[in-house]
Design a protein. Structure first.
Length: 226
């Protein structure tokens, strides 16, 4: 999936997380509940279709999609902790080895994800002693290694056809357009009422609506339409 869309998906997830964290502000609104449910369903579909467009493998069941997503999340978490530790200790070599963005891991094909995750696991294991203050233990790395092994064992072997990939890319465009409608034309408008009654809540929403360009390390803000 294109970097632009990956960044946009990150924004959609941030908005959804914000809505759920502040459910008390609109818990009695059936309209907001429907918008949140629709947004969650569409994001879920994007995640599923994305794996077809990004990978050279198909045959994923819903369970395997969840498994891959969990592996990506854990790989990003552990590599981020390693990066922070390396920065603190001024270990530029280690920093370079674990300088992954979440998008890079999400875009990795099945075999590459396994290789990258295994390398991260090995680096965690090699640095367990100095990672104690970062609350990483033998149990953490063992659990991660088990996730990698399980994913590798269940990795399907049937390649995605060009037709399947093309269809998935077209569906991605449709779903992203559908999310744009939900966010731009419904959610943004519903949030206007909070601009004066709850300025902090409205500011936090605008922050969640920022599209962060992780590829170039700067922010590009897509402002809500008032």
């Amino acid at each position: 999936m294109q970097k632009r869309l990956e960044n946009k998906l990150t924004m959609f997830k941030a908005v959804l997380s914000f809505l759920k964290q502040n459910i008390s502000a609109w818990g009695s609104s059936t309209v907001m509940a429907a918008i949140i449910a629709k947004l969650e369903d569409l994001i879920g579909e994007i995640e599923t279709v994305r794996l077809i467009t990004n990978s050279d493998l198909t045959g994923f069941t819903a369970e395997k999609l969840v498994q891959q997503d969990a592996l990506i999340n854990k790989a990003y978490e552990l590599s981020s902790i390693l990066y922070a530790m390396a920065s603190s200790s001024k270990n530029k070599v280690l920093q370079g080895k674990v300088d992954f963005t979440e998008s890079e891991l999400q875009n990795a094909r099945g075999g590459d994800l396994i290789s990258t995750s295994s390398a991260i696991a090995a680096l965690v294991r090699d640095n367990l002693t100095v990672l104690v203050p970062y609350e990483l233990t033998e149990t953490d790395v063992t659990g991660f290694e088990e996730m990698i092994s399980s994913f590798a064992e269940n990795l399907p072997t049937h390649r995605v056809s060009l037709a399947e990939r093309k269809a998935a890319n077209e569906r991605l465009k449709e779903v992203f357009s559908a999310v744009d409608v939900v966010v731009n034309e419904q959610l943004d408008r519903m949030m206007v009422r909070y601009r004066n009654t709850s300025a902090n809540l409205y500011a936090a929403y605008n922050n969640a609506r920022s599209v962060v360009d992780y590829g170039t390390r700067h922010e590009k803000v897509e402002k809500p339409k008032n």
